[in-house]
Design a protein around this ligand. Sequence first.
Ligand code: DC
Length: 225
Amino acid sequence: MTLPPVITIDGPSGVGKGTVMLRLAAHLGWHTLDSGALYRVLACAAQARKFSLDDEPALAELALNLDVQFIPDTASGETRVILDGVEVSSQLRTETTAKAASQVAVFPAVRTALLARQHAFRQVPGLIADGRDMGTVVFPDATFKIFMTASAEERAQRRYKQLKEKGIDANIESLTAEIAQRDQRDSSRSAAPLKAAPDALVIDTTGISIEQVVAQILTAISAQI
Ligand code: DC
């Protein structure tokens, strides 16, 4: 049986993967997987249960049994996330949750526990998946792999703008420091570290617009999709 096609988009935080994923999904009419949201949901669930973020076996068990629903809102393009029957969409986007997600994501047992859940998003007509290890570990057989980069300063600026637009208070210096710290943790961990798959198209988005990135990807994939 042939599996539905997958486009993977990996890269560090704040590089614009989510926006590019939504634009491509709208263009192709495909499903999306925001894998970071799974790590964020797990971090929220662990904190709600007062679990230690160092307890690998307990976190892995929790990851296997997460009661989570992703409800796409076609009007806004955003996805509502319901954990244990409660909407956690805005809690997921905070920098505190991002940091906790990066902490729980270092554990191999946690990553393994979330694999089947991620594979289940691969549905016809196709999937666009964004994260850190989509092309390297979760969907190594992806139809097309993209790796997006941008300087840490530019990513902090973009995140700052995004948060401000949502009315969330932010400080540019601490955002830059948090992004650098998270990059370091995500890239240096031994389980599925952040890195480009050897067969990925690497796009440095520093100084170029989302529209230009999307156009570049659509040209590149048109021969293969
Ligand atoms: O993409 P994001 O900022 O929502 O991800 C939050 C954290 O989750 C990130 O710092 C590392 C982790 N993560 C991961 O380890 N693997 C993924 N595929 C996606 C996210």
